[in-house]
Design a protein around this ligand. Structure first.
Ligand SMILES: Nc1ncnc2c1ncn2[C@@H]1O[C@H](COP(=O)(O)OP(=O)(O)OP(=O)(O)O)[C@@H](O)[C@H]1O
Ligand SMILES: [Mg+2]
Length: 286
């Protein structure tokens, strides 16, 4: 049974999409069967995978509202412009923007009868039918703690929280933890946090070590685990062409910030694999 991990943080630009993609590549490299779900109407993950979101007609919204078979929407790794990425993709497109609006219209048509439970747990229709085909399903979310974030929480087994190495990030963690405690577990009392991943650590900044320690301390305050490895800052990440990541860049062995990012994501994928092995009896640590 595949494990669903939602990559979530209400703050924008903290590395959610990059983390989802890079961990997807690193986990597939380890030999896991990986599905990445783009649950953000911006379609960033879809674009980074080399697919134009404007060409995507069916999205998770069609599965949630119209019971469209989810298997029809998945693009297998071999059919991505760069099959080396190694993960299958459920892409996003602009139509995902209409999810909430289309739901409200359907409620109106049904004479105002609201099945809240069906709505909040709707994203399970996207994940559950394909759990047996994958070891890991990673879900990229928009920078927002609204309805879609709650739907992702209701369907996931774990949250992974990327936090950029800035003082302002601490408030982002406070907001997310408050949502997690008060609402996130309402329809899913087995939801756990697999870890906070510190991203964009700029080692040219004099205070970077103090900042990392401060974030780690804040995680302990919330009793949330923090991954041992963190992700450095490097312009190489946003300079990559679409459809490629630093993990395919043949950087093994060279001492660059870019190599350290690729290696750090590999190390975090190993931490995830070990952690799941600790928590799930039949988990195969690869
Ligand atoms: N380690 C890094 N070093 C430098 N730049 C990075 C790093 N990780 C991501 N970026 C860049 O920072 C920007 C934001 O990253 P990303 O899109 O992954 O964040 P996000 O949290 O998904 O954003 P949004 O909230 O808009 O969805 C992108 O241009 C990305 O290429
Ligand atoms: Mg994003």
């Amino acid at each position: 049974m595949g494990v669903v991990i939602a990559v979530l943080n209400g703050k924008g630009g903290v590395g959610k999409t990059t983390t989802t993609q890079y961990l997807g590549v690193a986990l597939a490299e380890r030999g896991y069967r990986v599905l990445l779900v783009d649950f953000d109407a911006q379609g960033g993950l879809t674009e980074l995978s080399g697919i134009d979101p404007e060409t995507v007609e069916l999205t998770a919204a069609d599965v949630i509202l119209d019971d469209h078979p989810v298997k029809d929407l998945i693009i297998p790794a071999a059919q991505l412009p760069n099959p080396e990425l190694g993960y299958d993709l459920l892409p996003s497109g602009l139509a995902l923007n209409l999810l909430e609006l289309r739901w409200l219209t359907s409620v109106d048509r049904a004479g105002g009868q609201v099945d809240y439970k069906a709505w909040w747990t709707g994203f399970r229709k996207v994940c559950n039918p394909v759990r047996d085909r994958y070891d890991l399903i990673l879900v990229d979310n928009s920078p927002d703690l609204g309805q879609m974030a709650l739907m992702a929480m209701a369907a996931a087994d774990y949250l992974l929280i990327p936090l950029s190495a800035q003082r302002m990030s601490l408030r982002g963690l406070d907001n997310l933890m408050s949502l997690y405690k008060h609402l996130g577990t309402r329809y899913n009392n087995s939801l756990e946090i697999i870890g906070v991943l510190i991203t964009m650590v700029n080692r040219t900044n004099r205070n970077w070590e103090a900042l990392v320690r401060q974030i780690q301390k804040h995680c302990r305050h919330h009793r949330v685990p923090c991954f041992r490895h963190y992700i450095a800052y490097s312009p190489k990440v946003y300079e990559m062409e679409e459809g490629r990541t630093l993990l395919q860049d043949g950087l093994r062995g060279s001492a660059t910030a870019a190599r350290s990012i690729a290696e750090a994501y590999r190390e975090v994928s190993a931490e995830i694999s070990l952690e799941l092995g600790r928590r799930i009896p039949k988990w195969q640590a690869l």
